[in-house]
Design a protein around this ligand. Sequence first.
Ligand code: GLP
Length: 243
Amino acid sequence: MTEVLIVKSQEEAGNLYAEAACRLIKANPYATLGLATGSTPHTAYQALAQKVRENHLDVSHVCGFALDEYVMSDLSHPQSYHSVIDREVVVPVGLDPNNIHVPNGAADDVPRACSEYDKAIADAGGIDIQILGIGTDGHIGFNEPGSSLTSPTRMKTLTEQTRVDNARFFDGDLNQVPSHCITQGVGTIMKARHLVLLAFGKSKAAAIAASVEGAVTSMCPASALQLHPHATVIVDEDAASQL
Ligand code: GLP
């Protein structure tokens, strides 16, 4: 069942995520967070960092798994998701980098790195709360339209639209945006115990309407959330404007 919360601001959305994550960590200091990149989760990570500080929460045992990574040889590139997760989540929240996992986009054997990633998530006991953004075409992680709703972690080719959308992170230069990625599959994402999808702005309105009220179809990967037992979609009024 999908619960939809329409909020006034990104800060309010971020606080709702942070409250849920902190409740979880208080109850289980060994909790596992599913982490996403993109601009959308930014306020959620800031709110989480603030609440962890205010409540003196011990996060030293908290584990994290990123959704995806570009296939690129230099993972120290500032826009690799290794770097982004480190800068935007691990450092501000005070997580232990040794407990944080990001798919290895520089692996020699990418298919093997993908299956090992799914195994690592399973060995950690699964993800407790997975934060998600959404692409303008309804993708989650980097599961572009057409992705099987039961897919495991695997390598994918990025669509032209996603590369254009993400060029803003690469000085606006499309040529710098990698062409391939590793992403948790929709099936992997669906195994998380609680999904929290955030979306802000009019550019996400059509994707949100299709995901929440449209048919469940691989052509809109986020529509799989309708089949999840505990999915929360938190949107601002612009992103909710086509509901
Ligand atoms: C990328 C990420 C997704 C993210 C999407 C939207 O494609 N792989 O996880 O949801 O961007 O990004 P933004 O939040 O910046 O709109």
